[in-house]
Write a protein that binds this ligand. Structure first.
Ligand code: ZN
Length: 618
């Protein structure tokens, strides 16, 4: 066995034993062994061929030890009858999530036939004015469920099943689970027409393959679909991120980025001198992939990071779990993503990040540099077809500690693994365990007025501190007139969108409490304004009309209930959340032509109610 293998085994043993220790001990120990790691790394590279590519040679990096999971390659057919071109792929970074499926282009049109990708039965029909809009789930006998989103219409038999449920529940937005006998489908059966419903930003088909039992979603491109891609991923930039309060990068304590230059396997970073690092640093990479014949960018499949020839980080977009998917915010550099939505992948794992996409992590991808040496780094990124790009660059360690900045004043120390609480006479906050991704020195500050705000805006921690779940925030209601306390909501201001939204809230013992899933700027407002209803195509006389529409909206707390009635009986109206369009389609089995009384009631989350009434003829 050569020295390289022996050392690698020792290192693995060291890492495994470290992983078994509690976190605090791990950190303490790693400060010491990291010298060891660096030395091992140096030895490894001096005792083995240089990992850098030379002409005609294979890349001599540690082999990618991850095996491709084996999924059936010929069970599913293309759910459309045009070639698959993607406007989005699996694992792309999106707001608060990794994209859990593929977005198949539909020639910028709606109404393309959508086919069952395999035999099975309709196991779920979910209708909403937001999210996936009209969505359909088909469960197949081989343990997988396919999901079709943003549909325009369902096939006649599915539509009739759905309408019965909607009329039974007297609701537009329903989530129903037919039994296997109710709606069986054959492979290639037309089950729907493609559309643009829900949160869709243009006509396309959102398609997912899930493991039926776990509901984890899998990369559909592992199932043998014909998607052409022989273009290597592009790499825009490399980031260096301080991982502790004592880290210094080029003499400062801020993230630093370097543009990537070159192409393919021979990329580098644009700089005249290697970045100089003291302390714990994380690396990040802005990278995306292009597919043949498409001008848009998609997400990356695999990222690996090597330091002095040793892999310290790997990630792969094979499978995602909806319960952890929001941790995308901990995976990217959250502030950067919030500002420009770039496909920026961190290559370090924050302690409370529960994502299951990582492999080959050494010290969670965090590397410590304290020696006076240059170190070789390599990022290797890969698309699902195996096209690769590589960036090689150097960083220089320094033993010179920077002068520590004055400690920030904090009001409480919040531990990501524990339930945390803080309260004073203006604010009460309660953040459950596993809601933060890392420990937080908690503080809040007053930040002046907000239009319509009843108190001075409070900056609670930071809008750039992501949270995984809802937490409880209560603001003192003493500035809210007593008679309006039941109409008060907590509002949040997003500085990047320059937008204020309601977080809801209820009055309790002189406090207004809400459950936001963001930190940042908060205030209190009163909502006494009823929703608005504007007829768009509705008229008193519209003989032969096949539909009529209204535009509905609410000023602050949002629409809670929509109750449309004809002659006193509930009727189905379809809501498009994007435009606020509410439409009633003539349904000859449930409606009659002629003269009727129409009544539409809208109630917002603070109980403000608007009623629109009119006689009409159609
Ligand atoms: Zn999608």
């Amino acid at each position: 066995m050569d020295i390289r293998n022996v050392l690698a085994m020792k290192l693995n043993y060291l890492i495994d034993s470290l992983k078994a220790l509690p976190k605090k001990a791990r950190v303490a120990l790693l400060l010491l062994p990291f010298g060891t790691v660096a030395t091992l790394g140096a030895l490894l590279s001096s005792n083995s061929p240089n990992p850098e590519t030379t002409e005609g040679q294979k890349v001599d990096l540690a082999m990618d030890t991850l095996k491709m999971d084996d999924y059936p390659k010929d069970f599913f057919r293309n759910p459309l009858d045009i070639p698959i071109n993607l406007s989005g792929n699996f694992g792309e970074l999106r707001t608060n999530h990794f994209h859990a499926g593929i977005d198949i282009k539909t020639n910028q049109q709606e109404g393309l036939k959508v086919y069952a990708a395999g035999e099975g039965y309709v196991s779920r029909i979910k209708v909403s004015g937001v999210g996936y809009g009209y969505a359909l789930y088909i469960t197949h006998p081989n343990g997988f469920t396919t999901v079709y989103g943003h549909l325009q219409r369902y096939s006649a038999k599915i539509d009739e099943y759905l309408k019965k449920e909607q009329y039974k529940q007297e609701l537009f937005a329903v989530d129903v689970f037919p039994s296997p006998q109710d709606l069986p489908v054959t492979k290639g059966e037309v089950v729907a027409l493609s559309g643009n419903t829900g949160g869709s930003g243009g006509p396309h088909l959102h398609f997912e393959i899930r493991e039926t039992v776990t509901e984890k979603t899998l990369n559909p491109l592992l199932f043998g679909f014909d998607v052409k891609d022989n273009i290597a991923p592009s790499i825009n930039s490399i980031w260096l991120v301080p991982m502790s309060d004592s880290t210094w990068i080029n003499g400062a304590q801020l993230p630093v980025s370097y543009p990537a230059v070159g192409s393919g396997a021979n990329m580098g970073i644009k700089t005249t001198a290697a970045p100089v690092i003291y302390g714990d640093v994380g690396f990040a990479i802005h990278t995306s992939d292009m597919l043949n014949g498409n001008a848009n960018r998609c997400g990356i499949y695999r990222i690996e990071l090597f330091v002095d020839g040793l892999q310290v980080y790997g990630q792969r977009m094979n499978r995602l779990d909806f319960t952890t998917n929001r941790a995308m915010n901990a995976h990217t550099i959250y502030e950067r993503f919030k500002k420009d939505r770039s496909q920026l992948h961190g290559s370090y794992r924050l302690p409370g990040n529960p994502l299951d996409i990582y492999d080959n992590l050494v010290n969670d991808g965090i590397v410590t540099f304290k020696d006076d040496q240059e170190h070789d780094l390599i990022y290797r990124v890969e698309d699902i077809n195996g096209n690769k790009s590589m960036v090689k660059f150097k960083v220089k360690g320094t033993p010179k500690k920077g002068k520590l900045p004055p400690a920030k004043s904090v009001m409480a120390h919040f531990d990501w693994e524990k339930d945390n609480e803080f309260a004073d006479d203006r604010l009460k906050i309660s953040i459950p365990a596993y809601t933060l991704y890392e420990d937080l020195g908690f503080a809040y500050q007053e930040k002046g007025k907000m239009e319509g705000g009843l108190i001075n805006t409070l900056l609670v921690a930071s809008p750039y501190e992501p949270v995984h779940n809802k937490y409880t925030l209560c603001l003192k209601a003493d500035k809210v007139p007593v008679k309006y306390r039941d109409k008060a909501v907590v509002v949040r201001y997003d500085p990047d969108k320059d937008k204020t939204t309601s977080e809801g809230g209820s009055h309790k013992d002189g406090w207004i409490c809400a459950e936001p899933s963001y930190l940042g700027y908060f205030n209190l407002k009163i909502d006494t304004v009823a929703p608005s209803i504007t007829p768009t195509t509705f008229k008193a006389s519209m003989p032969g009309a096949s539909s009529f529409s209204f535009k509905v909206s609410d000023w602050l707390s949002g629409i809670d209930q929509i109750i449309p009635k004809i002659d006193g009986k509930w009727v189905l109206m379809e809501l498009d959340g994007k435009s606020g369009r509410l439409t009633c389609y003539y349904d000859k089995t449930r409606m009659t032509r002629g003269s009727h009384e129409f009544e539409l009631t809208l109630i917002d989350f603070k109980g403000n109610t608007k009623v629109y009434k009119s006689r009409f003829t159609w």
